[in-house]
Design a protein around this ligand. Structure first.
Ligand code: MG
Length: 240
């Protein structure tokens, strides 16, 4: 799990260095395929329930699961989430960040900083013995502090030999839930919007966009629950 997490984080670090106006999301996809392979891994998303790409690229009002395209160029002022999952020797590491393309305006900066803070708030409550529901309460409270809303339909998940496995990790209050136990691996990945947190599915069957067109941002880490807290397995700066 540590090796898979480090590889995914290192690929995402390399993507970060590429982001610029004029880049297409298909170029991000091609880069992720090659970089993941160079680290000895396989993009977990490629072919997952038929997903046609190696990575999700979700721009501006696209909440998540955006499909990279050759005719989608990053423009100055955009924000784009890149979600990388790497399978390495049978284990998966899953991580995403939302990047600024050029100079963001105040709203773009606000939603991105809110999403980053929401992930941090979720990570802060994780440790052995804590109820899963504590994560959702902490994340939703942090979003409110930023004047933003968490999209309730997008959850983190258990992760290990499968990219997605139980339990669902909700980012909104939803009861107490089971206790986290040391040795469990989960993702936390709050999707935060400036507007109404209702998403619509596009006809491609994957892309989820905000119904009101408000911009959204998301950050994700894969973490190992420990007795005293958690170990972030997809920390930036890892050398894959
Ligand atoms: Mg995930």
């Amino acid at each position: 799990m540590r090796r898979a997490g480090r590889a995914a984080a290192a690929t995402l670090d390399a993507v970060a260095a590429l982001i610029r106006p004029g880049l297409t999301t298909a170029e991000i996809d091609a880069f992720v395929r090659a970089d993941t392979a160079a680290r000895g891994g396989r993009p977990s998303q490629l072919g997952y329930h038929g997903f046609p790409a190696a990575v999700c690229t979700s721009r501006n009002h696209v909440g998540c699961h955006g499909i990279p395209r050759a005719d989608e160029w990053l423009a100055p002022g955009d924000i784009v989430n890149v979600d990388v999952t790497t399978e390495l020797d049978g284990f998966h590491g899953d991580t995403s960040r939302t990047f600024f393309v050029g100079e963001p305006d105040a709203d773009a900066r606000r939603v991105v900083e809110a999403a980053r803070a929401c992930l941090r708030a979720g990570l802060a409550v994780v440790r052995d013995g804590v109820r899963l529901g504590a994560i959702g309460r902490a994340v939703a409270a942090e979003a409110r502090r930023h004047g933003c809303a968490v999209v309730p339909d997008i959850a983190g998940h258990g992760i290990g030999r499968h990219m997605h496995q139980p339990p669902d990790v909700l980012h909104v209050p939803a009861g107490r839930g089971p206790r986290l136990r040391a040795g469990m691996a989960i993702t936390i990945e709050p999707l935060v919007t400036l507007g109404d947190p209702t998403l619509d599915l596009l006809p491609d069957g994957w892309t989820l966009v905000t119904r009101d067109g408000a911009w959204s941002a998301q950050f994700e880490h894969t973490v190992l629950v420990t007795r005293t807290g958690c170990e972030v397995l997809t920390r930036s700066g890892a050398s894959g």
